[in-house]
Every structure is written in structure tokens, then in C-alpha cells.
Design a protein around this ligand. Structure first.
Ligand code: SIN
Length: 289
């Protein structure tokens, strides 16, 4: 470690990491970053200067990379970089978006939780940012679980939610998917509602997305009622990130959810994202105090 690396907690979920150049970080610095990550769940690295090669090299220090999601609108990756996911409203010469999610709000979600093995983490690097709007908010799902009343926590300890893969967080139908409003039959994967982090052991509420979610085994109306109760706890602890070009944000996809504000469609926002492949499927939390 260089000794200059500083971890500055945000006061809610997350921390800012100062004094590190992600292009050249040494083993000691990476170990310190890992420790901070398990503790704070969301890490902001301001003032970076990363090419896609740097972004991929830094991402790989956290594990193997996952392919980008099957998104609704827009191209997926920059040419030659299939593991980089472009999030952008910018159009290319033929009027096609160069990336996903447009300029609208992206609703609260966990990345790719509709998959059997969702990514452990994601990283988002800011290249171009509008002067206002487009903030990304991160919610601690550990804090969310704490807010769930004890009898309800006991009830959900053994239940699973089916995570829908039909629509992305911008509301776009994913490519090749049939529109569906019935979460019982739509494409998706059930996961435990309360999970534990495989390294820290911390427990978290694992909700994925609200749209087309379904609590397995319940009548649809009962599932909706239960989900409404749980979603009321989501914003227990939230960090709002106002982007500056050169910011990289890394989040734990098991213990946080995120959403993005809409922004002026006339402005440009270009972000490059990577996903760290899951090491194990979301694991049901062991019962206990
Ligand atoms: C995402 O959901 O990964 C993108 C968030 C953002 O555009 O800020």
C-alpha cells in the first residue's frame, strides 16, 4: 500500500477512496480497497483517467468478468470491448443509441438479478456527464433489512422472489423477450428474499426490481401486498452520487440497489460499465439473531 490511500465514509452507504490511481494500483492498495468495499458496499474513486483497457484490467482484479446484460434499446459495447457495457443516450451517425438506458429515469434495481448467477459487483466509469441530472443513487439493502419489522423478517426468511428478466430498469423490453405482465410465467429466476454476503456474512434484502416481481408460492395479490411492505424499507440509507467525468463507482450487487435520475435529452451522458461474475448464487441468510 502507498500509505496515501484514504477511505472517507459518505455518512450513509458508501465511501470515497482518495489517493489511488486505478491504472497502477499495487497489491496492497487493492487489498485495502477490498476491505473498504466489504465494509462500505459502494466505493467512489474520483479523478481517474481510464481507457477501456484500464477499466477491464482494474475490474479483473475483482474476479472474472460477466457479459453485459441483454438490454432493451441501444448498442451494447464499444467495438472490440464485448465485456464493457455502454450506458448512454448519445446517438451514432445512423441515429442508433451507442448504449443502453436512454435519458429517462432508471428505476431501483440490482444488476442482472434475473440470472441464475447474478454478478457480484459492477463498476461504472463516467466519460461524459450532463451539467444537471443523471445522478445515481445507491441504497443499502443491509439497512433496508434492518427496517423490516421483526415478524415480517421472520416470515420472509424462507421465501423466494422471482426476479423478472423481461424489462430493463429503463422500462425497455429486453431484446428477444415477449412482453409480459404476469410475473409467474415471465422469464426470470427465483432467489431468496434475505441473503447473506459470502465474505462478510452481512444480511441483506434482495429485491431485484419491482416490476413483475413475484413472491414464489403466494397468490398474486398476497405477493403484491408483501412486496409493497418490503419496498417501503428500501430507502433506509441512500447515497446520491453527482458525477464528475473521471469518477469510477464500484458497488456490491448483493448488498445494494441503485437507480438513476432522468436528465436533459439534449445533453450527452456516456458511461462505461463492467460486471464481475458471480462466485456463487445469492445465498439464503442463515437464521439467527
Ligand atoms: C446502471 O444501472 O448500471 C446505470 C446507472 C446509471 O446510468 O447511472
Amino acid at each position: 500500500m502507498t500509505g496515501a490511500l484514504k477511505v472517507v465514509p459518505n455518512g450513509s452507504v458508501g465511501a470515497r477512496i482518495e489517493g489511488i490511481d486505478l491504472r497502477t494500483a499495487g497489491e496492497g492498495e487493492i487489498a485495502a480497497v477490498m476491505q473498504a468495499w466489504y465494509r462500505h458496499d459502494v466505493l467512489v474513486f474520483p479523478g481517474q483517467q481510464l481507457s477501456d483497457d484500464h477499466l477491464l484490467a482494474f475490474s479483473r482484479r475483482f474476479g472474472a468478468l460477466d457479459s453485459p446484460p441483454n438490454q432493451g434499446a441501444g448498442r451494447k459495447s464499444p467495438p472490440g470491448y464485448p465485456e464493457v457495457y455502454v450506458v448512454s443516450n448519445v446517438l451514432d451517425g445512423s441515429g442508433e443509441p451507442i448504449g443502453a438506458l436512454g435519458d429517462g429515469e432508471a428505476l431501483w434495481h440490482t444488476d442482472m438479478s434475473y440470472a441464475a448467477l447474478p454478478p457480484d459487483a459492477s463498476m461504472l466509469y463516467a466519460l461524459e456527464i450532463p451539467s444537471t441530472g443523471g445522478d445515481t443513487c445507491f441504497a443499502s439493502m443491509k439497512a433496508a433489512l434492518e427496517l423490516v419489522p421483526a415478524p415480517l423478517r421472520e416470515r420472509i426468511a424462507t421465501l423466494d422472489i422471482k426476479h423478472d428478466g423481461t424489462y430493463d430498469s429503463g422500462g425497455y423490453l429486453r431484446k428477444g423477450m415477449a412482453p409480459s405482465a404476469d410475473p409467474r410465467s415471465s422469464t426470470g429466476t427465483p432467489h431468496p428474499i434475505v441473503i447473506e454476503h459470502p465474505v462478510s456474512g452481512d444480511r441483506a434484502l434482495y429485491l431485484g426490481r419491482r416490476r413483475n416481481a413475484y413472491v414464489m408460492g403466494l397468490e398474486p395479490e398476497e405477493s403484491e401486498r408483501l412486496l409493497e411492505q418490503l419496498w417501503r424499507c428500501v430507502e433506509a440509507s441512500v447515497y446520491r452520487h453527482r458525477w464528475t467525468p473521471g469518477d469510477l463507482v464500484l458497488w456490491d450487487n448483493r448488498t445494494t440497489m441503485h437507480r438513476r435520475d432522468a436528465f436533459d435529452p439534449r445533453s450527452r451522458r456516456v458511461m462505461h460499465r463492467t460486471q464481475i461474475k458471480g462466485t456463487s448464487p445469492p445465498r439464503r441468510a442463515r437464521s439467527g439473531p
